[in-house]
Design a protein around this ligand. Sequence first.
Ligand SMILES: C[C@@]1(CC(=O)O)C2=NC(=C\c3[nH]c(c(CCC(=O)O)c3CC(=O)O)Cc3[nH]c(c(CC(=O)O)c3CCC(=O)O)/C=C3\N/C(=C\2)[C@@H](CCC(=O)O)[C@]3(C)CC(=O)O)/[C@H]1CCC(=O)O
Ligand SMILES: NC(=O)c1ccc[n+]([C@@H]2O[C@H](COP(=O)([O-])OP(=O)(O)OC[C@H]3O[C@@H](n4cnc5c(N)ncnc54)[C@H](O)[C@@H]3O)[C@@H](O)[C@H]2O)c1
Length: 247
Amino acid sequence: MKGPYPEIHGGGSLILAWQVRNKRVLVIGGGDVAAGRIVNVLNADARVTVVSPRSGLNDEVAFRIAQKQVEYVDRKFEPSDLDGVDMVLAAVDDPEASTQIYKLCQEKKIPANIADVPPECDFYFGSVHRDGPLQIMVSTNGNGPKLANIVRRQIASTLPSNIGAAIQKVGVLRRKLRKVAPAQEEGPKRMQWMSKICEQWSLDDLCDLTDDDMDTLLGFYRPGTVPTLGAVRLGQPSGAYDGPFLI
Ligand SMILES: C[C@@]1(CC(=O)O)C2=NC(=C\c3[nH]c(c(CCC(=O)O)c3CC(=O)O)Cc3[nH]c(c(CC(=O)O)c3CCC(=O)O)/C=C3\N/C(=C\2)[C@@H](CCC(=O)O)[C@]3(C)CC(=O)O)/[C@H]1CCC(=O)O
Ligand SMILES: NC(=O)c1ccc[n+]([C@@H]2O[C@H](COP(=O)([O-])OP(=O)(O)OC[C@H]3O[C@@H](n4cnc5c(N)ncnc54)[C@H](O)[C@@H]3O)[C@@H](O)[C@H]2O)c1
């Protein structure tokens, strides 16, 4: 029966923003695919260890090892490498080793991605656009990785060039707001106010917000009332403001 709720269309993946900061990620292999994986997890602030014979390292992986961006073990994978590891990314050109790695990870309940072997992946990578705090991932759920890349680039080309910078400013403002309006009394109103700022201010205005502007804005924070940036710049003191409001 068709209810009033969203219909279920199974067969997708659960797309999440996995917080791996300071988690231990083991990358097995040191070739081209491993190099890409390493960039992905370093950008998410993980602690990365690479296991691969030195003879198989590509230039980029060798560079990151030399720069101490990752820890390095110069040999083939051994099962003890999995001790204390939170995530495994395997990119080796040896199907037997890949399968052994995946089985061990399953036994130890360590989430694993084995490049090129979809049935041996607890999660797939996607094609990612990054602009500061903004990340957009496109997945074709294993159907067409090249098309994921094409769709991602098409989406990215439609985005305003200052969207990442604007989002970064909103992040700072939200953190300041939470101090001014604690959740117990102000939770829902605070969220409404933040949503209105995002809807009514232009991206340029958000980008232009200085630290001082934010303090002024929050100085006359009143739930349900959103001033313009121009009004903020007039620097009216807290509570006494009756200039041009947007709502
Ligand atoms: C997103 C991205 C991240 C990354 O891996 O870096 C990624 N593949 C990328 C590129 C790419 N990979 C391949 C080609 C050659 C052209 C082609 O085959 O289409 C190209 C294109 C290129 O290189 O430009 C070969 C390939 N890939 C897989 C197989 C095995 C198979 O399909 O059975 C084969 C061998 C097929 C064969 O031998 O025939 C499998 C997977 N690849 C995935 C992710 C996962 C599903 C993602 C999704 O469906 O959306 C999944 C399931 C598992 C995983 O690896 O996590 C990255 C795009 C990032 C970007 O560039 O923006
Ligand atoms: N999913 C994808 O998007 C995608 C794209 C291209 C290739 N691939 C696949 O990913 C795998 C890796 O590709 P690549 O281009 O990086 O290959 P590559 O040949 O450049 O690198 C293989 C690496 O594995 C290392 N290695 C081999 N056996 C090992 C072991 N037992 N322990 C530790 N390290 C070991 C080698 O030293 C080398 O560094 C291949 O199976 C390839 O077909 C996947």
